[in-house]
Design a protein around this ligand. Structure first.
Ligand SMILES: Nc1ncnc2c1ncn2[C@@H]1O[C@H](COP(=O)(O)OP(=O)(O)O)[C@@H](O)[C@H]1O
Ligand SMILES: [Mg+2]
Length: 355
C-alpha cells in the first residue's frame, strides 16, 4: 500500500486561467494535512489532481513513490469523501459500501468481510440493511467514509465532508474522523476545508491556500505562533495586524511610537506588518506601550475584549480577569512583549482583529 502524497510543481488551468499555481507540498505517510483557505483558492482543484479527476498542465503528483499523474482515478489507491453524501439512494448501506470493491472485481467472500470491517470502523454496522434515506446526514456521511475505507486506500481525500451537516452532527463526525486517524496510523489524509476550527482539530499540519497558491504550511501551533504571512495570521485565529516601518535592527515605528520587536533581516526603511495576538496584549504600560482611545468593550465571560484606536489603527486586547472595564472614549495604555510580536511582510490582509 502506497501512502504519502507529493505535489511537485502542480499547475492546473482552465483555458488560460491558472487556478492552481505550481503547488509544491508533501503529505507524509500517516499524516493528516488540511488544505485551508477561502472559497475559490484552489483547494478542491488540488484534491482532484490527486484523485485524478483533473489533469495538471504542469508538474507531477506522487502517491508514495509512484508517479500517478497519468494513472486513471481507480488505479491510484485513493478513497474520497465529498461534501454531499454521494450515496446511491436505491442501494442499501452494505451495497453502497461494496460498490467500489465490486467495481475492482474483488472476490465475493472478501467483499463481505471488507464491508463488515469498514462499517464496524465507522460504527455503522447496525445500519447495514438500511437505505440512505433512513439515515441522518451524519450517518450517511459515515457510510460514505466506510465506502472510501473499504478499498483499503493508502490515501484518503476529504473535500469539506462536514459542510452539509448541522453543528451537532458536524462535531460528532469530526470526532469520528479524529478517531479514524488514530486507528489508521499509516493512511495519509488530505482534508480540504475553509473552516479553521476543523483544520485545527484534525490536522497534523495545515497548508494555507489563497488565490491559487500555497501561502504557508506548518503545524497548527507554528502557524498560530509564527505565521509567515499576514494572510495566515488573519485566517488562523485573531490577529492585530499593524502597518509599521522598520527603523533599525530590532525597532519599528507605528505612527509616532517606537517599538522593540524582532525584525529578522528586514532592512531599515522597509514597510512591514506587525502581528500581535489579542490575548498577548496586556492592559497598562509595559515594554512596548501603545497609547490610544477605547472604542469598544465586549464582555466574553473569562475575558473582556477591548478595542482601541492607536495611531489611526484598531488594536484589540483580550484581557482576563478585568475588575473594572474602561469606558469607550477614555484613554488607554496597552502593552506587549517583544517576543510575542511577529514581523511579517507588508501584507494585503492588513487590518484589525476579527471574530
Ligand atoms: N471546471 C472548471 N472550469 C472552470 N473553472 C473552474 C472549474 N473548476 C474550478 N474552477 C475555478 O477554479 C478556482 C478554484 O476552484 P476550487 O479549486 O474549486 O476552489 P476551492 O475548493 O478552494 O473553493 C475557482 O476560481 C473556480 O471558479
Ligand atoms: Mg472546494
Amino acid at each position: 500500500m502506497s501512502t504519502g502524497i507529493r505535489f511537485d510543481g502542480v499547475t492546473v488551468a482552465y483555458g488560460r486561467t491558472v487556478v492552481l499555481d505550481s503547488l509544491d507540498l508533501t503529505v507524509e505517510p500517516g499524516e493528516v494535512m488540511a488544505l485551508l483557505g477561502p472559497s475559490g483558492s484552489g483547494k478542491t482543484t488540488a484534491l482532484r489532481a490527486v484523485a485524478g479527476f483533473v489533469q495538471p498542465v504542469a508538474g507531477r503528483v506522487f502517491i508514495g513513490d509512484r508517479d500517478v499523474t497519468d494513472l486513471p482515478p481507480h488505479r491510484r489507491g485513493i478513497g474520497m469523501v465529498v461534501q454531499q453524501y454521494a450515496l446511491f439512494p436505491h442501494m442499501r448501506v452494505d451495497a453502497n459500501v461494496a460498490f467500489g470493491l465490486k467495481a475492482r472485481k474483488t472476490p465475493r467472500e472478501e467483499v463481505a468481510a471488507r464491508v463488515t470491517e469498514a462499517l464496524e470502523t465507522t460504527g455503522m454496522a447496525p445500519y447495514a440493511k438500511r437505505y440512505p434515506r433512513e439515515l441522518s446526514g451524519g450517518q450517511q456521511q459515515r457510510v460514505a467514509i466506510a465506502r472510501a475505507l473499504a478499498i483499503r486506500p493508502g490515501v484518503l481525500l476529504f473535500d469539506e465532508p462536514l459542510s452539509a451537516l448541522d453543528a451537532q452532527l458536524r462535531s460528532g463526525v469530526l470526532a469520528e474522523l479524529a478517531r479514524l486517524h488514530r486507528d489508521l496510523p499509516d493512511v495519509s489524509m488530505l482534508y480540504v476545508t475553509h473552516d479553521q476550527a476543523e483544520a485545527l482539530t484534525l490536522a497534523d499540519r495545515i497548508a494555507v491556500m489563497d488565490r491559487a497558491g500555497l501561502r504557508d504550511c506548518g503545524t497548527p501551533q507554528d502557524l498560530y505562533r509564527r505565521p509567515r504571512t499576514a494572510f495566515t495570521a488573519s485566517f488562523i485565529g485573531n490577529a492585530n495586524l499593524l502597518p509599521v516601518t522598520v527603523t533599525d535592527h530590532g525597532r519599528v515605528r507605528l505612527g509616532d511610537t517606537a517599538l522593540d520587536v524582532p525584525t529578522g533581516d528586514a532592512a531599515p526603511g522597509a514597510r512591514a506588518t506587525l502581528c500581535i495576538r489579542p490575548h498577548l496584549v496586556g492592559l497598562g504600560e509595559g515594554p512596548n506601550t501603545l497609547r490610544g482611545t477605547v472604542t469598544e468593550v465586549q464582555w466574553r465571560g473569562v475575558t473582556h475584549r477591548l478595542s482601541a484606536e492607536v495611531a489611526g489603527h484598531r488594536v484589540t486586547a483580550d484581557v482576563r480577569e478585568l475588575r473594572e472595564a474602561p469606558s469607550p472614549g477614555t484613554g488607554i495604555a496597552l502593552h506587549f512583549a517583544a517576543d510575542d510580536a511577529v514581523l511579517l511582510p507588508a501584507g494585503e490582509a492588513g487590518g484589525a482583529a476579527h471574530g
